[in-house]
Ligand binder design. Structure first.
Ligand SMILES: C[S@@+](CC[C@H](N)C(=O)[O-])C[C@H]1O[C@@H](n2cnc3c(N)ncnc32)[C@H](O)[C@@H]1O
Length: 329
């Protein structure tokens, strides 16, 4: 046992970090926990994209702890994580299970169901490590704790995420206050808080030592845990900012392409405008010629009418002369 309780010598680089970073600060602690406790059975209630669960799985594989892992989630979201209709997204389970099955299927199972429906799949006293991270109202988290408590082994440890969140109807903090009066435990206050509670009659030595540390030493140890957590967080922020930078670069590339297309279209438009102008000039010239032909036609028509009148007059005159001639004869 290390005097300060943290080895972190074998700190791993997390292989999986999604865009949701609320748990990222606890990943080194999850690695440490698996390497120290080597639980026989680990269950997580609430996995979402898998940031916490996949960290536990990575540690199980790395430290060869021979832990059987189970993740329970409907992957339909909830009031706090979002629902399929809004932020939660439809294909979260498909993405997670593809990643998970390729790496961890030999010792880990994703159980797509409600927490209560998963209960009968576990015998009483069979779980060494339980992570409760479902809906965070007081009622929901208390229900999850009460219903899963009988499943915990005598060395059982329960983790609660979001113990320091006090906004909205988050109520883990309240349950945490109640439970720490009944069981030994400690709380890591960074990354929304992680409560670590020893609920068994025979807690792991490492947990007992951490609980029993004098306050100043315990605080120093927690700051060290937080320091490693922050390293992961800054790694995930860097990854995220790289993601946004790539997205921005893509947008700039798209804008550049569109600008180029716009210039091409403007050239084409200019060419077409010129053609239209030439055609309009020809039409105007033809209109002018048509107008003058109309004037000529009108004039010819008038001349024709005048001639007809004149012919008719001449015919009358001839007819008169013919009449006179016939009278004289
Ligand atoms: C806060 S998220 C889990 C976060 C995850 N541990 C991480 O590291 O990112 C809560 C998850 O619990 C699930 N959930 C909430 N209540 C549930 C219940 N009663 N049964 C099954 N899943 C539930 C939601 O679908 C959601 O994916």
């Amino acid at each position: 046992m290390q005097s300060d309780l943290s080895t972190f010598y074998s700190i791993l680089e997390p292989e999986f970090l999604s865009d949701i970073n609320s748990w990222h600060g606890h990943i080194p602690f999850a690695f440490e926990l698996i390497s120290q406790l080597k639980p026989k059975r680990f269950v997580e209630l609430g996995t979402h994209k898998g940031d916490s669960y996949l960290a536990f799985c990575q540690a199980v594989a790395h430290f060869q702890s021979e832990t059987k892992c189970f993740s329970v989630d409907t992957w339909e979201g909830d009031e706090h994580a979002g629902t399929a209709e809004d932020l939660y997204g439809e294909n979260i389970y498909e993405v997670l299970s593809a990643y998970h099955d390729e790496r961890y299927q030999s010792f880990s199972t994703l159980m797509r169901m409600k927490f209560d429906e998963a209960l009968p799949h576990f015998e009483d006293g069979s779980i060494d490590l339980l992570h409760i991270d479902g809906l965070h109202t007081y009622e929901a988290v208390k229900h999850d704790f009460d219903t899963w408590l009988p499943k915990m082994s005598d060395r059982g440890v329960v983790l609660f995420h979001d113990t320091v969140v006090r906004y909205g109807n988050f109520g883990v903090w309240k349950l945490w206050e109640e439970l720490t009066n009944q069981y030994p435990g400690f709380e890591l206050t960074h990354s929304y808080g992680l409560g670590v509670l020893a609920v068994g009659t025979n807690p792991p030595e490492w947990i007992s030592q951490a609980c029993a540390l004098p306050p100043v030493q315990q605080e120093a140890w927690k700051r060290k845990v937080e320091f490693y957590g922050n390293a992961i967080l800054s790694h995930s922020f860097k990854k995220q900012s790289q993601y946004f930078q790539d997205l921005l670069d893509q947008c700039y590339g798209q804008i550049h392409k569109l600008e180029h297309e716009l210039v091409e279209l403007q050239d084409k438009l200019e060419e077409k405008s010129k053609k239209i102008m030439v055609a309009q000039m020809m039409i105007a010239r033809k209109d002018k010629r048509l107008l003058s032909l109309n004037v000529q036609l009108e004039h010819a028509g008038k001349l024709f009418t005048d001639t007809q009148v004149h012919v008719r007059d001449q015919e009358c005159h001839i007819s008169d002369l013919t009449d006179q001639l016939s009278i004289q004869n």
